[in-house]
Ligand binder design. Sequence first.
Ligand code: IVH
Length: 674
Amino acid sequence: MAQRDAPPEVQARAQELRDQLHYHNYRYYVLDDPVISDQEFDRLLQELSKLEAAYPGLVTPDSPTQRVGAAPLDKFDTAPHRVPMLSLENAFSDGEAREFEDRLKRFLRIMEETFDYVVEPKMDGVAVELVYEQGRLLVGSTRGDGYRGENVTQNLKTIHTIPLALLSRDLPAPDLLEVRGEVYMDLGDFKKLNDERLARGEPAFANPRNAAAGSLRQLDPAITAARPLKIFCYGIGLVEGRSFATHWDVLQALKTWGLRINPLIDRRRGIEEAIRYHRDLEHQRHGLPYEIDGVVIKVNDLALQERLGAKARSPRWALAYKFAATQATTRVKDIMVNVGRTGAVTPMAVMEPVQVGGVTVSRATLHNEDEVARKDVRVGDTVLIQRAGDVIPEVVKVIVEDRPAGAQPFQMPRACPVCGTPLVRPPGEAVTRCPNPDCRGSLRRAILHFAGKSAMDIDGLGEKIIDQLMDQGLVEGIADLYRLTEADLTLLERFAEKSAGNLIDSIEKSKKPSLARFIYALGIRYVGEATAQLLAQHFHAFEALRTAGEDELLTIEGIGPQVAKGIRDFFDSARNQELLDNLLMVISIKPPAKPAVSPLAGKTFVFTGGLSRLSREEAKAQVTARGGKVSSSVSAKTDYVVAGADPGSKYAKARDLGVTILDEDAFEELLNKV
Ligand code: IVH
């Protein structure tokens, strides 16, 4: 079909929509301060998609519709950096930081004066370069060897905090801009991602940096798109059509162009002030949602930077002042086991309290029986432990040379430390469990999880109160929470009337959860927050999830066999049935907001034959991204068969059954209807 050019008013409207969408994307993802609702945003995006579908010539590479959906690559091209991406010289002590300033003075022959510095958190992620020409993102690449990296443009485009086009409302965008920044993953997102990977039987990433690097180096951008990556920009390589006096000015300009700058970046006069910033940030470090491994101190004056220049691998005008390692050694006093909400029994090292990265720790998880055996941790051992962000510290290794004579290998207890029931460990599983559904250890954890902030959010229902409620026999199951009265609570030790009233209020308030929260609150094995969201989006109604078979669960992108089985097992248990019946008598789940509906939502597709413009993987991803399902065989339940070149027997079967058959063009047209 010949392509028609869009009439001028349509072209103008498309441009206007693109500008608005870029701006609102920036408000939402970069400033975290949206000025329109999600629905309005979706409406604008839909309007643009429709125009682009009608006039494909309107699609520009920087169109907000182009964030996802690029085809997988065979390999990455190399991308040269016009200005090399250098690394930084490290310092590990205040003394070394002072030497840095002394070197600056000697080099510049400035003896009395001191310097203005820009001080920045040193992000622990992956360095990237973004090249904007005439304000549009053209190429994005990794650092590589500093001179040439990998062209990962289509992956970077999936990151919402990376603008596809620079904003030029307040400051015209330069002709050429090479921006540098760090792509990273928030700790919370990292943990969620790992939980989901483990649930699917995939290996966990060792740390957020590896997760970010691995996600960025995917040949299929659909995978990168599903990973929660973010960026902070911290400098430029080259800029044409604009000049700056200071690094601080550069950062301010980047901000006005819509690039995301870490709000903790600041200015300090003199090295002592910069050292103080380092100390302050080291204290704040573990409260941050992402990992940083130090502070970067940069000479602010660009003329001075120019004069200072660079050594072989690092500029003379910057220093990475690293934080002390978050590892420490201590002694294991005991190895205890904890009973989790699903009955999982986890060994835990109880240690002499030790400072690690600014906090005192006295416990470290040992994960499971095999892990204890692999690391051979014994009571009395000296161990190296580490903290990764805010997660529970873990034992890295035993210092075997320091092992006291007679230290015995750890043995998993045979019986549950809470209820005494013999523990079980199914063949092929790493986890040991207490099989007693009435185990108070599991119940206690289950209630704690149910009441948690991301679950039913029952404010004020903490461990101590749960223990008291259970001890008094007031709560023997989750549903009992909703039978509590103020009078019951005032019977508890140290429970004032006011706090009793508050707790009853928060229990009352929790009666109208969203579907996703409710699902998450149930504590179904392998169902974390993200999976609960997926389930809520797919099923809309709780009953539909409750009765869904494993087959249906498996059609949901992101849910594998293990998770599907976990869900089915949960709903098949008679005691859970009873719990749900009781809960649903008092709880009314808020129906989920209807997402922008694509005509593909809920429809089942079968592919046969080769498509010329899309890989099979991409075509499938496009369908599932719009809420559709892909099946491998044609049946009366099939809504569409997409037939490419040389279709197989599925084509004939579809025809016999009267299933709608789409050719590639018709399929793409359908996809474009949002
Ligand atoms: S400036 C020439 N600033 O650290 C100066 N780097 O060891 C180049 N990094 O590859 C880097 N946060 O990935 C700079 N605020 C920051 C940074 C930062 C993290 C990383 C960057 C670089 C590495 C250098």
